[in-house]
Design a protein around this ligand. Structure first.
Ligand SMILES: [Zn+2]
Length: 132
């Protein structure tokens, strides 16, 4: 287990580096609107990020889910009853691009391509299985 650090220089998700615009925060985590590679906010996409620089989901504090639930309840679409996915990528092979834990909140809409059926974990597993 790696000891969490307050801030790692150059990390875009370390709060003290000032590269994120915070929507809401708890004692241990903060909520931002996700931005794409061009720096444009992604509608209906949020990130929940620990304030400390924690690289692995395995090193999150035991009460992490309390912060997640608290921040989820502050998302306007969630307050309105929207359905959403909450997911984490752990490690570069699994798609983690920034080595600072971040949970993706993806608001889902019934009229999106697969929205009426949902793209759940089972769908992702089936797609991954077909790729191998
Ligand atoms: Zn960081």
């Amino acid at each position: 287990m790696q000891k969490p650090q307050k801030t790692v220089q150059g990390c875009p998700f370390c709060i003290k580096n000032g590269k994120v615009t915070i929507l809401n925060e708890t004692e241990d985590a903060y909520l931002v609107v996700a931005i794409n590679s061009d720096g444009i906010p992604m509608q209906g996409r949020y990130l929940i990020i620990p304030k400390q620089h924690i690289e692995s989901i395995l090193d999150l504090p035991v009460n992490w889910q309390n912060s997640v639930a608290e921040l989820l309840r502050l998302i306007p679409e969630v307050q309105e009853g929207a359905h959403f996915n909450l997911s984490y990528n752990q490690g570069s092979v699994a798609g983690q691009r920034v080595p600072h834990v971040h949970g993706w909140v993806i608001i889902r809409h019934i009229d999106e391509a697969e929205g009426s059926r949902g793209i759940g974990l089972a769908s992702l597993i089936n797609k991954a299985a077909k790729a191998h």
